[in-house]
Design a protein around this ligand. Structure first.
Ligand SMILES: C[S@@+](CC[C@H](N)C(=O)[O-])C[C@H]1O[C@@H](n2cnc3c(N)ncnc32)[C@H](O)[C@@H]1O
Length: 274
């Protein structure tokens, strides 16, 4: 795509260019090229509302990568990445396959740009797939033939919901959605998630941030630390529990240099024991 925001040959047919999308705004925060003028304008408004947004996106990506390394180290060899976003550097299959070249990954996203680009990037890699689906539609996700081709439901799975659940309000049946994914996982599987939060933040920053996203395809829901901890219902959290992202098993690489306790989001990894 060029700097002016046109994408003459390859705009996927289902892309709505009248509304910014969370996937394309996140791509912009990460310095990617798969975004349009409408996304960049909304992204700049989000950054003005919450200056930690760009460092926050990088910090989130770094958490995702630490979590995947941790899971590979814990014996997980297959991953389902819900709300995976537009492929960027350090994707889940790249990190997992560094640990074990046989590792398998299925990406799922609702965004047409993420899916079109993802399918192009993964073409020819038969240990991966990219599914176009709404993660709230658990049946459609779990029955997708591409997912069934790659994932063996008799072996432990790493289920990733990284920076996606803050786009799913409780009124969309979130508790039921989480419960159904949990049921589908064999014992020994893990759930890893991160989630933006208002806990510990100046209220006015987050209200402004919420307002920017209210006008996108993906309005945001900012849960408290307690509400985010409750998303792990019936899983067993691994150390250090649900903490701000920079504090989850830090590896020395930090994009968030302010007080890490005040990062506007929480993350955790937990095991399904039975
Ligand atoms: C902030 S990005 C996070 C990307 C990636 N998980 C990461 O952490 O780097 C959120 C992604 O979730 C996707 N998303 C939002 N709601 C979704 C839904 N209901 N089903 C599937 N994907 C969704 C968006 O399209 C976007 O790509």
């Amino acid at each position: 795509m060029d700097q002016a925001g046109s994408w003459p040959e390859s705009v996927p047919p289902k892309v709505n260019l009248d509304q910014p999308s969370a996937a394309r705004m996140y791509d912009y925060y990460l310095g990617g090229a798969h975004n349009f003028a409408i996304d960049r304008e909304a992204a700049e408004r989000a950054i003005a509302a919450l200056p930690a947004t760009v460092a926050g996106a990088r910090t989130n990506r770094a958490f995702l990568q630490r979590a995947v390394r941790f899971l590979v180290g814990s014996g997980i060899r297959q991953f389902i990445d819900l709300g995976s976003g537009i492929p960027t550097s350090g994707n889940v299959h790249e990190i997992a396959q560094l640990g074990d070249p046989e590792a398998r990954v299925v990406y799922v996203d609702i965004d047409a740009v993420a899916v079109t680009h993802g399918q192009a990037v993964l073409a020819g890699n038969d240990r991966t797939a990219f599914v176009h689906a709404d993660m709230r539609d658990v049946d459609a996700v779990l029955a997708a033939p591409e997912l069934r081709r790659v994932i063996d439901f008799d072996q432990p799975i790493g289920l990733l919901m990284v920076a996606v659940l803050h786009f799913v309000p409780d009124s969309d049946g979130l508790a039921g959605v989480l419960g159904r994914y949990r049921e589908a996982l064999p014992a020994g599987s893990y759930l890893a998630l991160s989630h933006m939060s208002m806990t510990g933040q100046p209220r006015e920053f987050l209200e402004r941030f919420e307002k920017v996203y209210a006008n996108t395809a993906n309005p945001v829901v900012l849960r408290s630390q307690e509400e985010i901890s409750a998303l792990f219902d019936r899983y067993e959290l691994v150390e250090p529990g649900v903490v701000t992202l920079p504090l989850w098993r830090p590896d020395g690489i930090s994009y968030f240099t302010d007080d890490p306790e005040r990062f506007p989001g929480f993350a955790g990894v937990a095991r399904k024991t039975t």
